[in-house]
Design a protein around this ligand. Structure first.
Ligand SMILES: [Zn+2]
Ligand SMILES: [Zn+2]
Length: 378
């Protein structure tokens, strides 16, 4: 591990990403230093870059879902399965840390993703505190972070391709209580929607219908398990509703999963669910403004169940790893990851993700300058 360690820093919204040097951290007992093999640029990073998330302590080192090899450990540390973590292990970690376990959200309401003390690597950890993000050659894993060895069957690119979207999708599938034989509509074919499609299929849905764009993402949606894809740019809401009715005995879907993040998706999603169906809203991660609905027709008379879904818990991380280990050979999670970018090319990666030229970018902090095809910074 070089000292100093290179990291890419987002200093403020819309500002160019800067390469900065960090000293190799002194590890307290129970901490580890991860040599980063892969991280990602996902939709959340685009939101961070556009300044759409509140409470972000810029400057930050982005990259919340990452994977690597343990470079050093101090004292004895164990993974979430209780086995020791050693230097040289391929390790991944749950990006949410410092969830307190004592507040009302954690204990009374059992909604730990709403714990006020919760912090997230690459999002709510300031760069001033050190290497708390994956856009760096190394990541500081503080004591208490949830660690797991990456099973040999899971390639780094499968893990990052699934990434945060897969963890969110595990939570969505749980909230949606998908039953054997259910019909499921997934709104949105970004990283979250694509994983939600795969999990609906794995959970036993008999029919999975995906709504999204562009055409290459719809093709990937079919590879992930969608039976039918509807292009939002070439169909009207009425046409999409009719297609869903045609595929569901004229009733609408048992479960509709929102992973689109557009205000207009909400009213449409309510109309795509059957009477007594379930609607899980997970894509409104940022405030895109109010949605207009008719509560009489779309909720009350329909006897509809609507559930929000915020973030993910450590259990979703563990389940995601088990799912990847079992299904990565047949579900093309690695295809969600687009091009590989070095640290000097992350401005280009953000621009590509924002323009939807890629669903997510793979970050390789060890790619030589110029190897990813971008001009070096400075
Ligand atoms: Zn708490
Ligand atoms: Zn992400």
């Amino acid at each position: 591990m070089p000292d100093p360690i290179l990291a890419a820093v987002m200093t403020a919204p819309r500002a160019p990403i800067e390469l900065r040097e960090f000293a190799r951290p002194d590890l307290p007992s129970g901490a580890a230093l991860l040599r980063t093999t892969r991280s990602e640029v996902c939709g959340t990073d685009v939101h961070l870059w556009h300044g759409r998330l509140s409470g972000v302590p810029y400057p930050i080192i982005p990259g919340h879902v990452s994977a690597g090899m343990v470079d050093a450990v101090r004292g004895a540390i164990t993974g979430l399965d209780g086995s020791p973590i050693r230097e040289g292990d391929r390790v991944v970690f749950f990006d949410v840390h410092r969830t307190c376990g004592r507040c009302r959200a954690c204990t009374v309401h059992r909604t730990p993703t709403r714990c006020a003390a919760r912090r997230v690597y690459g999002i709510t950890d300031p760069a001033a505190e050190g290497l708390f993000g994956g856009w760096a050659q190394a990541i500081y894993l503080e004591p208490g972070v949830g660690l797991a060895r990456l099973p040999e069957a899971i390639a780094f690119d499968d893990y990052i391709g699934g990434g945060c979207g897969l963890l969110t999708a595990v939570h969505i599938a749980e909230r949606a209580e998908i039953r054997l034989g259910d019909s499921v509509v997934v709104q949105g074919t970004g990283a979250v929607g694509l994983s939600a499609i795969a999990l609906a299929r794995i959970a036993g849905a008999s029919r999975v219908i995906a709504i999204g764009a562009p055409a290459d993402r719809l093709a990937l949606a079919r590879e992930m398990g969608a039976d039918l894809t509807l292009d939002i740019t070439t169909t009207s809401a009425d046409e999409r509703r009719q297609a869903v009715l045609d595929a569901t005995f004229g009733e609408g879907a048992d479960a509709v999963l929102e992973a689109a993040g557009a205000a207009a998706a909400i009213s449409e999603g309510l109309d795509l669910a059957r009477v007594g169906g379930r609607y899980v809203i997970a894509g409104h991660y940022t405030d895109v403004g109010p949605a207009t609905i008719n509560a009489h027709h779309q909720i009350n008379r329909k006897h509809l169940e609507i559930r929000g879904c915020w973030g993910s818990e450590v259990g979703h991380f563990v389940r995601a790893l088990s799912l990847l280990e079992r299904y990565a050979a047949t579900v093309p999670w690695d295809a969600i990851g687009g091009r590989r970018y070095g640290l000097e090319a992350l401005n280009e990666a953000l621009a590509d993700a924002a323009a939807m030229r890629i669903t997510k970018a793979l970050v390789d902090p060890w790619a030589c300058v110029g190897e990813s095809g971008a001009k070096p910074l400075g």
